[in-house]
Ligand binder design. Structure first.
Ligand code: NCD
Length: 311
C-alpha cells in the first residue's frame, strides 16, 4: 500500500483512498499496541527527528512513542533549547540535522506553511504536526479513527466542531477530512470566531447557537479558545464564552440524546467543557489520545515506503 504523497503536509492533499489506507493500517497497529510486547521492527533502519518549534504535550509524546514502537531511531529537538535562539534559520537548522543522515522530519511550527516550505528544499519526508492556524493532519486522522471506532463508520455522520474555528488547525484538518469521507459538518461558535468564507468554501453548515448544534449532531468535537493566536478582542470574556458555548451536563441532558464528546486537548475545564462532561462515559477524549499512537505509527510506516514486513 502506498500513499499518493511523499509527505503528510495536510489533509487537503490526501485522497479519500489515502485516508482509508491510513485508517485501516492504524487498525493493525492498534492491535500491536494491545500485545504484551508493543514493539515491531518495521522502521529499524529509519531515523526520525521531531522538530518542535512550538509547545506540545500529547502530539510530541505520541509521535515519539509511535516511532519507538516501530523501532525507529529518534532525535528530539525543542527550538527553545537550540541554536534557533542564536539566529539560525529554519532551513539551516534542518539541513544541519539532515547532514547527520536523518530520513524523516516530524515538525510543529507556529508559522502556517513552515513544513510546506521545508518540503520544497529538503529530500526527507515531512510530517506536519501542526503549523500555525493551518493544519494538524494527524489530529484529524486520529479523530476520524476514533469516530469510526466508536460509531462504526464516518460516511453520513453528523459532526459539530465547536469553538474557535478561526484560529484552529484542528478544525481545518477535520473539515477537510470529514468532507472527503462523506460526513456532514457543522461549525459552531461566536460569529467573530468563524471565518466568513467557510460555509461556501467547504459546503458545510454554520451555527451560532450551541443547543441547536447539539440537537443536530452525532459527535461534538469541542475546541479550546486559542488565546495565544488572537491579537484582538474577539469576544467579551471567557466567562461569557462559557455561558454561551460551554458544554455542561445540564445542557447535554436537555438535548436528550447520546452525543459522542471529543476534544483534541489541552482542555480548559470549565470554559469549553465542564469536568462532569469531559470525564463522562460519553467522552472519548482519552481514546483519542490512545488512538493517536496507532494512527501516527500508520502514517510513519506508510511514508517510509510501507513495504517492510509488520510482525
Ligand atoms: C491542538 C494543537 O496544538 O493544535 N492540540 C493538540 O495537538 N492535541 C489544539 C490546541 O492547542 O488547542
Amino acid at each position: 500500500m502506498q500513499l499518493s504523497s511523499r509527505h503528510l503536509l495536510g489533509i487537503r492533499d490526501l485522497t479519500p483512498k489515502d485516508i482509508q489506507i491510513i485508517l485501516d493500517t492504524a487498525v493493525q497497529f492498534k492491535e500491536v499496541l494491545q500485545r504484551p510486547i508493543k514493539k515491531v521492527p518495521t522502521l529499524r533502519d529509519v531515523t526520525i527527528v521531531n522538530l518542535f518549534y512550538e509547545n506540545s504535550t500529547r502530539t510530541r509524546i505520541s509521535f515519539e512513542l509511535a516511532e519507538k514502537r516501530l523501532s525507529a531511531d529518534t532525535i528530539n529537538f525543542a527550538a527553545s533549547a537550540s541554536s534557533v535562539a542564536k539566529g539560525e534559520t529554519l532551513l539551516d537548522t534542518v539541513n544541519n540535522i539532515l547532514s547527520m543522515k536523518v530520513d524523516m522530519v516530524v515538525m510543529r511550527h507556529s508559522a502556517s506553511g513552515a513544513p510546506h516550505f521545508l518540503s520544497k528544499h529538503i529530500p526527507a519526508a515531512i510530517v506536519n504536526a501542526g503549523d500555525g492556524i493551518n493544519e494538524h493532519p494527524t489530529q484529524a486522522l486520529l479523530d476520524a479513527f476514533s469516530i469510526r471506532e466508536k460509531l462504526g463508520s464516518l460516511s453520513g455522520r453528523k459532526v459539530a466542531i465547536i469553538g474557535d474555528i478561526m484560529h484552529s488547525r484542528v478544525a481545518l484538518s477535520n473539515i477537510y477530512l470529514l468532507k472527503k469521507v462523506g460526513a456532514e459538518v457543522m461549525v459552531v461558535g461566536p460569529p467573530t470566531l468563524i471565518p466568513k468564507y467557510i460555509k461556501k468554501a467547504f459546503d458545510i453548515q454554520v451555527a451560532y447557537n450551541l443547543k441547536e448544534a447539539l440537537m443536530w449532531c452525532d459527535v461534538a468535537n469541542v475546541l479550546r479558545i486559542q488565546l495565544e493566536r488572537q491579537n484582538q478582542v474577539l469576544f467579551s470574556s471567557l466567562r461569557e464564552y462559557s455561558l454561551a458555548y460551554g458544554i455542561n451536563r445540564k445542557l447535554l441532558d436537555s438535548v436528550n440524546k447520546e452525543i459522542v464528546i471529543m476534544h483534541p486537548g489541552p482542555i480548559n475545564r470549565g470554559v469549553e467543557l465542564d469536568s462532569d462532561v469531559a470525564d463522562s462515559k460519553q467522552s472519548i477524549i482519552l481514546q483519542q489520545v490512545e488512538n493517536g499512537v496507532a494512527v501516527r505509527m500508520a502514517v510513519l510506516y506508510l511514508l517510509a515506503g510501507g513495504q517492510t514486513e509488520q510482525n
